[in-house]
Design a protein around this ligand. Structure first.
Ligand SMILES: Nc1ncnc2c1ncn2[C@@H]1O[C@H](COP(=O)(O)O)[C@@H](OP(=O)(O)O)[C@H]1O
Ligand SMILES: [Mg+2]
Length: 259
């Protein structure tokens, strides 16, 4: 087993990084709340939010973790800029940016650390819900058995087509939310049993939500049950499934047709 195989979000070895991720997600979220309060709704607010949050996060990471590489939705996507990086911060400065522009509360800030291709730490701030969670301090979610319905949180704008298979196997209640961190938080808080997404995302959309979910004892995988890879040359990340272990197994069975 290589050292990388032992890296798990929530591990004490990355407690300092989880604390930094939390601090940066929180500060970026507050910067965005101030921007939202001082600008009219619209695309200009959305673009300013993306840009200011990105500038703040990358400046702070360069100052506080000068030897680490950074992949940001708003930064360089050239894989040469992060090739061979042992430690890679993957940040989405403003996830759910269109909602932020319009003035909704369904947006957040994601900060994650990947070590040798494995998630090691992460934090998600959802300022509109007054929520701030990180892989170092998140409370474990109990693996309670499923009740008589399955609450599935999905993208408001792009629900996954696999919902049909899930609806054949369970009595489904949909919890439509924008932004990946908002949906992960719904599972963490028990407002949804599962977060299901397909049709595409990028590593910055799900790295921090997955890190926090895993640290809370949730299972966070692709929709075929395989691990979600991070730090790839192409950051495209097709699909995900986050749920407490017993629910994850049941949904995976429904998705793979082996119930
Ligand atoms: N089919 C798809 N292809 C690419 N990105 C997608 C996608 N569906 C969702 N996303 C991205 O995932 C994030 C959460 O989306 P959703 O709210 O629909 O669940 C959004 O990030 P951004 O807001 O950072 O662009 C969105 O752009
Ligand atoms: Mg995003």
């Amino acid at each position: 087993m290589s050292a990388a195989d032992t890296v798990i979000p929530g591990s004490p070895a990355y407690a300092d990084d989880a604390a930094l991720a939390r601090e940066l997600a929180d500060a970026t979220g507050r910067l965005l709340l101030d921007l939202r309060a001082s600008t009219p709704p619209g695309r200009d607010r959305e673009y300013a939010g993306d840009e200011q949050a990105h500038q703040f996060l990358t400046r702070e990471l360069a100052r506080l973790r000068p030897d680490d590489a950074v992949l940001s939705e708003e930064g360089s996507l050239d894989p040469h800029d992060r090739q061979g990086a042992h430690r890679l911060w993957i940040v989405d400065p403003l996830d759910g940016s269109s909602g932020f522009g319009r003035g909704t509360d369904e947006w957040g800030v994601h900060v994650a650390l990947v070590v040798d291709g494995r998630l090691a730490a992460g934090a998600v701030a959802i300022p509109g819900a007054d929520a701030l969670v990180d892989s170092g301090t998140v409370e474990a979610v109990p693996d309670t058995p499923l009740g008589d319905e399955l609450a599935v949180t999905v993208s408001r704008s792009r629900p996954p087509h696999e919902l049909r298979a899930v609806e054949r196997a369970f009595r489904v209640r949909l919890v439509r939310r924008s932004a990946a961190g908002v949906k992960m938080l719904a599972v963490l808080r028990g407002e949804a049993d599962v977060y299901l997404h397909s049709g595409g995302q990028y590593e910055w959309d799900n790295a921090a939500p997955m890190a926090v979910a895993m640290a809370a004892g949730l299972l966070a995988t692709r929709i075929d049950g395989s691990p979600v890879p991070y730090g790839q040359d192409d950051p495209y990340s097709p699909d995900l499934l986050i749920a407490r272990p017993s629910v994850h197994a049941a949904v995976l069975s429904a998705l793979t047709g082996v119930r």
